[in-house]
Design a protein around this ligand. Structure first.
Ligand code: OAD
Length: 239
């Protein structure tokens, strides 16, 4: 195990980049994907989160994301989201999230990049540049974009490109500290972002479960839930 990195040199001009995953929203009451009882235990990825699924059964795909959206409207940001947002008062903070929820934004984070899209937006199924805010929780069959095609969830499905990956790599390469919170690091290209840090940049992973960090040898693993882990990190950063 690596030692906890020395954060003493970080100041107001330092860039803290957070890479978050489903675990950061777990304490808000949103299920993760791969934990026991997680979403991918209850739903088959290939039935709800691929372009093939969309072609085969739009009703099922719309319903899956409508239910996720309905739940999102009933939950609140938690202590971890809030701690990340509060760090903006002391550092330059950028958040790259794999989550499609908007809890970082609602906690007050100003710079949030969504790698896998945004649940509260819809998109044309013929023109990716046509993206709309969803009023309420539902995309209904028959809701059309201005070009007349069915609206789909504005999320990245398995088998689709991740358009934000290059800007995300660029951000990580500028980081003075990379903090990885609540992701199993199972999904690429997001997990590969850890390789984009500059030589010598510390990486801290906050996650209660064991992580396979063999590929990322300079990473310190704080084995805590996001709220508790962020509290510990906060104390180290503010000392
Ligand atoms: P996973 O479900 O794969 O991993 C969630 C991680 O959160 C695990 O490592 C858990 O140990 C950890 N965790 C659970 N509770 C936690 C807590 N209270 N605090 C901190 N960590 C906790 O979710 P992701 O890694 O985000 O993509 O999954 C990546 C992508 O796979 C998602 O964006 C989604 C999914 O399929 C798409 O849908 C395209």
């Amino acid at each position: 195990m690596n030692d906890f990195p020395d954060l003493g040199k970080l100041g107001s001009q330092s860039k803290l980049v957070f890479l978050s995953g489903a675990g950061v929203s777990a304490e808000s009451g949103i299920s993760t994907f791969r934990d026991s009882g997680g979403l991918w235990e209850k739903h088959n990825i290939y039935d709800v989160a691929t372009p093939e699924a969309w072609r085969a059964n739009q009703d099922l795909v719309l319903e899956f994301y409508n239910q996720r959206r309905k739940q999102l409207l009933q939950v609140e940001p938690n202590a971890a989201h809030r701690a990340i947002a509060r760090l903006q008062d002391y550092f330059k903070v950028e958040v790259i999230t794999q989550n499609v929820d908007d809890l970082h934004e609602r906690a007050g984070s100003e710079k949030v990049m969504h790698l896998h899209g945004e649940l509260r937006k819809s998109r044309s199924s013929v023109d990716d540049s046509l993206v709309y805010d969803i009023d309420g929780w539902e995309i209904k069959k028959g809701d059309l974009c201005e070009k007349g095609s069915q609206l789909r969830p504005h999320v990245v499905w398995f088998g689709e490109m991740v358009p934000m990956i290059e800007p995300a790599q660029e951000l990580v390469s500028q980081a003075d500290l990379l903090v990885v919170v609540g992701t199993s690091l199972n999904v690429y290209p997001a997990a590969g972002l850890l390789h984009a840090v500059r030589a010598g940049t510390p990486i801290i992973a906050i996650d209660p479960a064991p992580l396979d960090l063999d590929h990322f040898p300079r990473t310190y693993h704080l084995r805590e839930k996001a709220g508790e882990g962020m509290q510990k990190l906060w104390l180290k950063l503010r000392r």
